[in-house]
Design a protein. Structure first.
Ligand code: GAR
Length: 205
């Protein structure tokens, strides 16, 4: 039986799409059981509908605090029993309300080589800093902003990029590949976290 994947997304959802494609093309052994968004107009919701995936919207303005928002997400996820929660362009901090029940089962994609340029607009930060190489990082989520143990990274040469938008465009396909690859591995084996180090064991036990 494949893994049950829940996706949290705030926007366009192209990384979410890479998971849908990975499932359809047989790379990922699993299904997306629910898409949760904090934004009612996120295009990710439309992608979910097109693929018959249930959706839930949990807007922050309906929550008294960050903790309450995470609690509402936990309640919404409950009946779907996800094995893995993927933050695919989800722009909010995850708190203990979700981290504790889903320890080492929440992953995030970030559009820079962490620990450089965490937070919003990682590509723009990298461009403005003048780095020659940037990339993307898939990591486990902890209570910080893009600080959890690193699972996978890809380097992208950005010397030829003339704007932050060009950096975004150049890095995005590498994000899709890394996201799809990590979720596929998760579906076929397990990631073992030892401190900051993550190693992979093939085969689900
Ligand atoms: C992606 O570039 C992702 O790495 C970034 O948001 C974008 C979402 O695009 N996430 C972060 O910056 C998280 N810190 P998408 O909605 O098309 O997947």
């Amino acid at each position: 039986m494949g893994i049950r994947i829940a996706v949290l997304a705030s926007g366009r959802g192209s990384n979410f799409q890479s998971i849908i494609d990975g499932i359809k093309e047989g790379d990922i052994d699993g299904e997306v059981v629910v898409l949760i968004s904090d934004k009612p107009d996120a295009y990710a919701i439309e992608r979910a509908r097109q693929n018959g995936i249930p959706t839930r919207v949990i807007p922050p303005k309906e929550c008294a605090s960050r903790e309450e928002m995470n609690l509402k997400i936990r309640e919404a996820l409950g009946s779907y029993s996800p094995d893995l929660i993927v933050l695919a362009g989800y722009m909010r901090i995850i708190t203990d309300e979700l981290l504790i029940p889903y320890l080492h089962r929440i992953i995030n994609i970030h559009p820079a080589l962490l620990p450089s340029f965490p937070g919003l607009d990682g590509q723009k930060q990298a461009f403005e800093y003048g780095v020659k190489v940037s990339g993307c990082t898939v990591h486990f989520v902890d209570g910080g902003c893009d600080t959890g143990p690193i699972i996978e990274q890809a380097c992208v040469d950005i010397r030829d990029c003339k704007s932050a938008d060009e950096v975004c465009e150049k890095i995005l396909p590498f994000e899709h590949k890394a996201m799809r690859s990590v979720v596929a591995k998760f579906s076929r084996g397990r990631f073992v976290v030892e401190g900051r180090k993550v190693r992979y064991e093939d085969g689900r036990k």
